[in-house]
Design a protein around this ligand. Structure first.
Ligand code: CO
Length: 133
């Protein structure tokens, strides 16, 4: 069902500082930034091989990323696997008894469909699934 690692999400306080780190110091290919209003985050993407690094900065105090930063600090936030169709995959894992955060897909960065599994069911790791239309 999982095709490959799409990206690793990292929560940061300051996107610009970390764009400098990943682009200029670590030398990753910078793919640009995008605001995802639905999730109240600003995202910066970098290509690393077939996968990407997704830096996430909250744009509001009630953003899930703001809550994460307040309780856990900066650091790894989620891992995202690419699938053929997020809604099909969410249904399959739900049928196997895995708890979901999203019962249905929602819009993610770059015109993708995304859905999250609950870390209580996935060994403490927040797992995102994504697929492109
Ligand atoms: Co993500």
């Amino acid at each position: 069902m999982m095709k490959k690692i799409s990206h690793i999400g990292i929560a940061v306080q300051n996107l610009d500082e970390n764009v400098h780190l990943y682009r200029d110091v670590l030398g990753m290919e910078f793919l640009g930034t995008e605001e995802v209003e639905e999730q109240k985050v600003k995202v910066a993407m970098f290509r690393i091989g077939e996968a990407r690094i997704e830096l996430l900065e909250p744009t509001a105090d009630d953003s899930p990323i703001a809550k994460f930063l307040a309780s856990r600090g900066q650091g790894m936030h989620h891992i995202c696997y690419e699938v053929d169709d997020v809604d099909d995959s969410l249904q399959q894992v739900a049928d196997s008894g895995v708890r979901l955060i999203d019962r249905e897909s929602r819009r993610g960065a770059g015109n993708s469909k995304v859905g999250f599994l609950h870390p209580k069911s996935t060994g403490g790791v927040l797992v995102e699934l994504n697929s492109h239309e």
